[in-house]
Design a protein around this ligand. Structure first.
Ligand SMILES: Cc1cc2nc3c(=O)[nH]c(=O)nc-3n(C[C@H](O)[C@H](O)[C@H](O)COP(=O)(O)OP(=O)(O)OC[C@H]3O[C@@H](n4cnc5c(N)ncnc54)[C@H](O)[C@@H]3O)c2cc1C
Length: 469
């Protein structure tokens, strides 16, 4: 206790008393994850106001041997930002680092502090007709530090890649309190190891991201959105290939939503699909600075009906209609949370393997549960679906998890396409990841954070002697 009191005093001196929270009511919102699956108990929350303060906080925690859990908007879906229940960790919130330091519409870069909300950066970029092409339903709360640290995906990965593809430079604080300033606005920089890649997707286990330089793209002036229903995933993939041919690189999203997911959204979000149901729905978006998208989408839909690929479909006639079509997709996660106990899976396989994976996983889940219901939706164009399972009272989460993930391994996929491992998937990572890859991950952690100061228990499990083959 005396040790904790001494650290608290130091943190108050560094950041000011108002930036160090200890009252249970003040700490609570930071201690529970978005899904309310993980509840932690940090002994304090510290909210530094700039990079220098972050560095001093890290150095103080290191001196006192106290581990640190970094947190941005707390929208992560893997429990990565939730501390453990030991009351011995410091939760370091970046939510006061909110400055957009510069926005260059010609070089097309933005330099921004870690706690800035993604949506604010997008709004600022839009004023200069530029776009930060990371789009996710949580963008009103997710922060730049969080999206970098989870290498977030979202609906525009198809066109622009994961967050990693947009990061040009990072500023990070290391475990000894050193500030490494790599905030270069360069498209090309092969001068040595590209160390920033290690911190992208590290989920706060290697250092604290305090600022980033991100690549912008021209804001599209035109966009068109369509919703289609189809009978099966093979047909959805055939339509994807057609969309690639008809719409080309203006294709910006190709999302798959199961009929079950739409039913959940209709039940919990008060929304209604404007088209007749099929087993699956497709939300297709094209966006470009050039005109002609509407015609290309019409050609696609005409072919889809002529060849009897689509059961029903509609092209949004206005921006408002497009938003209501997108609302059906954006409310799935929330509707699932309202429906009851669910298990999230975030799998990816090569796109052409997806139908075989879905059949295999469905059979595998049915073999361990007679009551589980599926809620499958996601980024079909990226080969990434959220294969979520709503559990009945008798179902064993571990058995269902294993069934879904073993099918992923059989089809040479990933058990975490975009949400990360956090604490939620650590055990499954250890069970399914080849031993040599696990050993390499431990070598990296040991080299950069040898004392295990940052986010212990996340991403990496204790070294696995056996590992998966
Ligand atoms: C409704 C909904 C929809 C979503 N859709 C998507 C989606 O389509 N695609 C997708 O990829 N994700 C999605 N997510 C997940 C989530 O929004 C992303 O993971 C997001 O990047 C998290 O940002 P955050 O600021 O909330 O991070 P947090 O939740 O606060 O933290 C996430 C992880 O990053 C670490 N971290 C946070 N900030 C820092 C920092 N500055 N330095 C070091 N480590 C840090 C934390 O320790 C934790 O491990 C969704 C979430 C919700 C609730």
């Amino acid at each position: 206790m005396a040790e904790q009191d001494a650290l608290l005093d130091q943190l108050r001196t560094i950041c000011g008393p108002a930036a160090v929270l200890t009252a249970p009511g003040d700490i609570e919102p930071y201690a529970v994850d978005w899904k309310q699956s993980f509840v932690g108990s940090p002994f304090c929350v510290v909210r530094p106001g700039n990079t220098g303060e972050v560095a001093k906080v890290v150095a103080a925690c290191r001196k006192h041997g106290t581990s640190i859990v970094p947190q941005g908007g707390n929208t992560g879906l893997a429990g990565g930002a939730t501390p453990d229940a030991s009351s011995s960790q410091v939760l370091l919130s970046l939510n006061r680092l909110t400055r957009i330091r510069s926005l260059d519409p010609i070089g097309m870069t933005v330099e921004v502090e870690a706690g800035t909300i993604l949506q604010s950066v997008k709004e600022e970029a839009a004023k200069k007709e530029r776009l930060l092409p990371v789009s996710l339903a949580a963008e009103g709360s997710a922060t730049i530090g969080g999206i970098v640290s989870t290498n977030a995906g979202g609906v525009n990965v198809l066109r622009h890649g994961m967050t990693r593809a947009l990061v040009l430079g990072l500023e990070v604080v290391l475990a000894d309190g050193t500030i490494v300033n790599g905030l270069r606005h360069l498209r090309k920089d092969n001068a040595g190891y590209d160390w920033k890649q290690l911190f992208i997707g590290a989920e706060g286990t290697l250092g604290i991201v305090t600022a980033a330089v991100l690549r912008l793209v021209p804001a599209p002036r035109h966009s068109v959105t369509a919703l289609l229903s189809v009978a099966d995933v093979e047909t959805a993939i055939a339509l994807y290939a057609k969309a690639q041919s008809e719409i080309g690189d203006a294709l910006s999203a190709f999302e798959l939503i199961s009929g079950e997911s739409i039913a959940l959204v209709e039940r919990h979000a008060g929304l209604k699909s404007p088209i007749a149901a099929g087993e699956w729905f497709l939300l297709i978006e094209a966006a470009s600075s050039l005109t002609g998208l509407e015609a290309a989408m019409q050609v696609l839909l005409a072919a889809a009906f002529e060849e009897e690929l689509a059961l029903d479909g509609v092209i949004a006639a206005s921006h408002q209609q497009a938003q209501s079509l997108w609302a059906l997709r954006e409310h799935v996660t929330e509707a699932e949370a309202r429906e009851g106990r669910g298990l999230k899976h975030d799998m990816s396989v090569p796109l052409t393997v997806m139908p075989a994976y879905l059949a295999d996983a469905r059979a595998a889940v049915a073999a361990v549960s007679r009551t589980a219901r599926l809620n499958v939706f996601g980024h079909l164009g990226d080969g990434n679906l959220h294969y979520n399972v709503l559990l009945g009272p008798e179902d064993h989460p571990a058995a269902v998890n294993r069934a879904v993930h073993d099918a992923v391994v059989r089809h040479r996929g990933s058990i975490s396409a975009e949400h990360g491992l956090g604490q939620y998937r650590v055990g499954e990572w250890q069970r399914t990841k080849p031993a040599a890859e696990q050993a390499l991950a431990h070598t990296i952690k040991q080299a950069i954070d040898p004392a295990g100061l940052f986010n212990p228990g996340k991403v990496l499990a204790a070294p696995n002697k056996g590992g998966a083959a």
